[in-house]
Design a protein around this ligand. Structure first.
Ligand code: NHF
Length: 465
């Protein structure tokens, strides 16, 4: 089975969030299964980390709405899979991934480049991810390609919504501009194209599937998603257990050698440079409302008085950065590092007793799984993928959950965590148990494969008929 996996970012070449981690690990897991031959296709941004060798193999001119765009395709083989990079001036010569005035045009071009490539080489499945690749679903149908389309929603909060005036610039037929297709409150919505035209829709956890069909989490698309609920399913993400491997992680000062308690003590002492009996909580993530940083900030006075340490790392909205810097300066037990430092983040996971993840909503969340892989217990808001991977019971993924999204509920969860921490036997059992859970992509990849097979199998049955 031939698969074209399409995303706007993939680690290690370029990463702004969890999508890049998934676009890294899932194709590798699928290829490793031996059942799928994977080609990944991503844009080549000027600032991306280039692969050791890559070869340009195709020069194209993509023409739409009267404009011509020169596109170069490059190919590399790394970590057992083929990756194609798409380079074109407006897509590539930028200083950041998203948030440019011509994003609508840039990602329409990328979507056209995906389909241009798919027209040359037949793929059984074209797997699109998030709004940046969503229009490819429409182009696949327009060109009547035989490939089946899977579209994965990684975060419904970002749909690719642009002014309606873009329609003519993008060369999209006005025929699609109605509420059952691309129109969205008078604007154009890229994600709607993929929801309508794909053969299967997935999102990254079973709970998020239910949530996005409600007005509370549906970001205006809940009704549209309910209409297509028959082709929607949740497949929980996994993590790359090789990158996140406490036994081999080169960024760590202490590696896991069969003694979890020893590993945790050594890692904590290495990070804090002092010995302490206080539990260490960490927060790693974007400083945005989605991640619940506002909830932590609202509790900063209480946290400053609790017998705990809190280390935070992240970048994001300026108002939150400033507030984090202020509490770092004020509270002796809270520290904040602005920015994102992958190696430091790994050392924090290894040192932490608890990971704090009070996300307002969370499609899947990867940090809680990474934390458990490094022996830290998650304290999470019961939402989306957090509700699917963290449980109160002694099953794989044990942690502390709070249900209502309020500072009071988070405070109660912190107090529960402190008690938990001092029940040493129970706490260490949980750490040990979580540490040995399988959060790899093996099982999710198997589920994706089953979906691909279902779609291509239908095709075969139709042919026989
Ligand atoms: O895990 C990758 C990630 C998710 O919850 C995460 C998110 C963005 O918000 O699927 O995408």
């Amino acid at each position: 089975m031939k698969l074209l996996f399409c995303a706007s970012e993939a680690y290690p070449y370029v990463k702004s969030g969890g999508l890049a981690d998934v676009a890294h690990a899932l194709p590798i897991a699928l290829q490793k299964s031996g059942k799928v031959s994977v080609t990944r296709i991503i844009p080549l941004y000027r600032f991306a980390k280039k692969p050791a060798t890559m070869v340009s193999f195709l020069h194209e001119e993509i023409v739409f709405a009267g404009a011509r765009f020169k596109v170069i395709y490059y190919r590399t083989y790394e970590e057992g899979i083929e990756t194609i990079f798409v380079e074109s001036h407006i897509l590539s010569d930028v200083d950041r991934l998203y948030g440019l005035d011509n994003d609508a045009l840039r990602f329409t071009l990328f979507s056209r480049a995906i389909v241009g490539y798919a027209r040359k080489e037949r793929f059984d499945i074209i797997h699109l991810n998030d709004w940046h690749t969503a229009l490819a679903a429409l182009f696949v149908k327009e060109f009547a390609l035989p490939s089946k389309i899977v579209f994965t929603i990684h975060n419904l909060a970002f749909q690719g919504v642009f002014d309606a005036s873009w329609i003519s610039v993008l060369g999209i037929s006005p025929h699609y501009f109605h509420m059952d297709l691309l129109e969205f409150y008078g604007k154009i919505n890229f994600m709607k194209a993929a929801i309508a035209f794909s053969d299967a829709l997935t999102t990254v956890s079973p709970t998020y599937v239910k949530e996005i069909q409600t007005p509370e989490y549906g970001c205006g698309l809940d009704g549209f998603l309910r209409k297509y609920a028959y082709k929607l399913q949740g497949i929980r993400n996994g993590i790359d257990t090789e990158t996140f491997n406490p036994s081999a992680d080169e960024t760590l000062s202490c590696r896991y050698r069969g003694d979890l308690a020893g590993f945790k003590t050594c890692s904590k002492a290495a990070l804090l440079r002092v010995k302490t009996d206080l539990p260490l909580f960490i927060f790693i993530g974007r400083l945005t409302e989605q991640k619940g940083i506002d909830l932590i900030l609202k509790l900063s006075k209480e946290i400053a008085r609790l017998p705990m340490l809190l280390a935070m790392i992240g970048e994001g909205e300026e108002r939150f950065v400033k507030a984090c810097e202020a509490i770092d300066a004020k509270a002796a037990n809270i520290s904040f590092y602005r920015g994102y430092d992958e190696a430091l983040a790994h050392r924090m996971y290894a040192a932490a007793d608890f990971l704090l993840m009070p996300s307002r909503f969370e499609p899947c969340g990867l940090n809680q799984m990474i934390a458990m892989r490094y022996g830290a217990v998650p304290v999470v808001h019961k939402t989306g993928g957090l509700a699917d991977t963290v449980h109160r019971e002694a099953v794989c993924g044990q942690g502390i959950l709070f249900e209502t999204f309020t500072p009071e509920a988070l405070l109660a969860a912190l107090q529960e965590a402190l008690q938990y921490y001092h029940d040493r036997e129970r706490f260490q059992k949980t750490e040990y148990f979580n540490f040995h859970c399988d959060f790899s992509f093996a099982k999710p990849a198997e589920e994706y494969f089953m979906l691909y097979e279902e779609l291509t199998g239908e095709e075969k049955i139709n042919k026989i008929r």
